[in-house]
Design a protein around this ligand. Sequence first.
Ligand SMILES: Cc1cc2nc3c(=O)[nH]c(=O)nc-3n(C[C@H](O)[C@H](O)[C@H](O)COP(=O)(O)OP(=O)(O)OC[C@H]3O[C@@H](n4cnc5c(N)ncnc54)[C@H](O)[C@@H]3O)c2cc1C
Length: 497
Amino acid sequence: MSRAEVELLVIGGGITGAGIARDAAMRGLRTALVERGDLASGTSSRSSKLIHGGLRYLEQGEVGLVLEAAAERRTLRKIATHLAVPGRMALPIHGRTSAGLMKLRAGLWAYEKMARIAPEERHEIWKRDDTLDHVHGLEPQNLQGAAVYTEYVTDDARLTLETVKSAKRAGALVATYAPAVGIVEEAPAASTAGGTTARSPRLRVSINDDLTGRLHEVTARVVVNAAGPWVDAVRGLGGAAAPRMHLTKGIHLVVSRERLPVDDMIVMRAVDRRMVFVVPYGDIVWIGTTDTDYPRAVERPTITREDVDYLLEATNRTWPAARIGDDDVRGAWAGVRPLLHQEGKKPSEISRRDEILVEPNGLVSIAGGKLTTYRRMAERVVDAVVERLGNKAARPCTTGDVPLVDGETPVPIVRTSLSDADVAYAVDAECAVSICDVLERRARSNLFASGNGLPDVERVGGILARRLGWDERRLATEIEHYRARIAEDVAWRAARS
Ligand SMILES: Cc1cc2nc3c(=O)[nH]c(=O)nc-3n(C[C@H](O)[C@H](O)[C@H](O)COP(=O)(O)OP(=O)(O)OC[C@H]3O[C@@H](n4cnc5c(N)ncnc54)[C@H](O)[C@@H]3O)c2cc1C
């Protein structure tokens, strides 16, 4: 990508950058994407893994978000059937009267009309006894019943990977372990045979190749900053920029489904009345999330004792006999939400809307947003890019119609059992260059496999070593690094509640 000028350089290989690169390449723009670490190594492998229909934004009066989320959910189901899997979500209502349940029923009815929810996905109401039949062990006291509606489950990292692979298929150049480290404006005039002609300014971005230590320069007519929680940091690479982001942390716990045998996704109320989800998948369930201010952008925010206690309290209040304790937690993950700052709002009140910011040097940043609405958000950004380029030859957006790569051959959404061929494929076709890349994001073994992928670490390391030419020392360091990360995910256990 440093050899010839590109029309668009995208900084950030999370779902936002991936969606923009795919859209731009499919419209025929010369597109490149650089990612500081691995694809989806930021927030896009750390979400609740739900493609939300937007119902919860109704409570906040964000009708635009509701409609967009519901429409995008339908689109994702069309272009990536295997990564948008519908399931039932039950919201049990406890209270002295049935007023809460009736209010919810009216809200769902209005939502389904407004969001054009398909008849087979419309809600039902379970009476008290039906609820207890469906959700074993649920706290029966004051239970009025449950509202049951449809939500979709995804594998966030896999969605990102397949979006990047689709971008590559459409011609985008992709480099991982390649952080942007500087942005400068190029002289706005260029000389031609007949003298000097005016041309639109370019940005020159310095990119470090962390695998070789070499520095490269990429010249782009437009640069889009899709760095998620690092949006402000990347804006700062080209000169001072007033912060616009508000970062909040969310954690999840993974528990064996034997210990919490639920058939459907369940919504619980945390101690502060926030909604917390329990999502069953295969032999596990994940429980989350929290929403607390976090001071800085990091790949792996710290999981604290308070975070864990908050989720365990809600779980054990909802299923009093379950008595889920620290030792039942098989794994945990935490991520940082890249939200747009709104003065005076608490973390859970901040809007999940997105906004395009343009710096004086022309750098375009996309801030905020959700996994669910990434495709539509990318479409808006690429519309703005095409306008800035004045590119009349760009084709219209088709990302809502063309299936993602691998969408043709549905596989389980969360893959954990890995064959040798899967590992080789991750290296050859999916940009994996480390054990963590394979076990954490190509498979989700660190979170969902029994033993958190530790039983596979040497075999996977051996295949990578042969393919990538590692010596024994490098292999040993890689294995140790993976083991240390697994231990770090449950380090909060040291502080007993
Ligand atoms: C706990 C939690 C739960 C969530 N649950 C849901 C959910 O269920 N459904 C939903 O729709 N949304 C959910 N979200 C929101 C969603 O996950 C995010 O909106 C989305 O993943 C953000 O993607 P992104 O690409 O903008 O950021 P990221 O995924 O963080 O990607 C940004 C990338 O930029 C890279 N980068 C940074 N600096 C540089 C640089 N200098 N050079 C090159 N690359 C750089 C980073 O390494 C990173 O990979 C959740 C978020 C959290 C935290």
